[in-house]
Write a protein that binds this ligand. Structure first.
Ligand code: CA
Ligand code: CA
Length: 232
C-alpha cells in the first residue's frame, strides 16, 4: 500500500509540474520563411535576420510570448555577425512547422567579419520559474562538422552541443535553469570543440523553452506527505 501511495505521489508531482508548464517557441531565420502567427495557438516568436554580414549591429530587442500569446519576458540579440539562410530541411519529426526548421540564423568567425561568438539574452524572466531550453538547427547539403556549443547561464550554467550538418532528427536540451538575480539567462553561441569547419559556422534554428513554475509542484509535496502518513 505504501509503495502504491509513493508511486502515486511521485506521479502526481511530475504531472503537476508539466500541466502548469508554459512553452515558448522561437523560430530564428529568414524573413522569407516566417510563419503567419495569427490564428494560434500555438503562437511562435519569429526572429528574422536583422543583421548584416561583417557588421556589428546594435543589440536587437524582442518581446517574447508563449504559445498562448501571453507575455513571457524579452530577448535581446547582440554580437551577431553573419546572417541567415533557408538551408534546413523542409520537414521534421517534431511538432515544428516547416517554416521554423528550414531556416537559421548563423554566425561565423573572422573571415565573415565576426569573432564567432553570439549572445542572446533572455531578460525580464520570473525568478520563481525554471526554464528548460531545447535547441534545433540544421544545415543540409553540407559536409564536415559544424557543431555549436550553446551555453545557458542563469543562476547556474549548462552547455549543450549540436552538429547542424544534415541534421534531421537531433535536438539537444538543458535541464531546468533559473534566472540570475537580474531575471536573466544568457545564451552564448560559439563553435563546439568538434567543429572542423574553416569558417566555424554555427546555427540557431529553433529554441523551444519549457517554463515551469516550480513552486506549484513543490507545494503539493506536504499534502502528499500527509496522505502518506494517513495511509499507515
Ligand atoms: Ca522561419
Ligand atoms: Ca528557424
Amino acid at each position: 500500500m505504501k509503495r502504491i501511495l509513493c508511486l502515486l505521489a511521485c506521479a502526481m508531482a511530475i504531472v503537476t509540474t508539466h500541466v502548469f508548464a508554459e512553452r515558448i517557441l522561437i523560430d530564428f531565420g529568414d524573413q522569407g520563411a516566417t510563419r503567419i502567427t495569427t490564428g494560434g495557438p500555438p503562437y511562435w516568436n519569429n526572429v528574422t535576420n536583422p543583421f548584416y554580414q561583417g557588421t556589428i549591429s546594435a543589440p536587437v530587442f524582442y518581446n517574447l510570448v508563449d504559445t498562448n500569446n501571453v507575455d513571457m519576458g524579452d530577448m535581446i540579440i547582440s554580437n551577431w555577425y553573419a546572417g541567415s539562410n533557408q538551408n534546413g530541411p523542409s520537414t521534421n519529426t517534431f511538432d515544428y512547422p516547416s517554416t521554423a526548421v528550414i531556416d537559421n540564423l548563423f554566425n561565423a568567425r573572422t573571415s565573415w567579419g565576426g569573432g564567432g561568438t553570439g549572445y542572446i539574452y533572455f531578460t525580464s524572466l520570473e525568478a520563481g520559474k525554471t526554464y528548460t531550453f531545447t535547441n534545433f538547427a540544421s544545415r543540409t547539403g553540407a559536409t564536415g562538422n559544424r557543431e555549436a556549443a550553446y551555453q545557458y547561464t542563469g543562476s547556474s550554467s549548462q552547455t549543450i552541443y549540436l552538429n547542424a550538418v544534415n541534421n534531421y532528427a537531433n535536438r539537444v536540451g538543458t535541464s531546468g535553469i533559473q534566472p540570475d538575480a537580474n531575471g536573466q539567462i544568457l545564451l552564448t553561441v560559439s563553435p563546439g570543440p568538434n567543429n572542423d569547419n574553416a569558417d566555424k559556422f554555427t546555427y540557431v534554428g529553433v529554441i523551444d523553452i519549457a517554463v515551469v513554475p516550480e513552486p506549484v509542484g513543490l507545494l503539493l509535496l506536504p499534502l502528499l506527505a500527509l496522505v502518506l502518513r494517513r495511509g499507515h
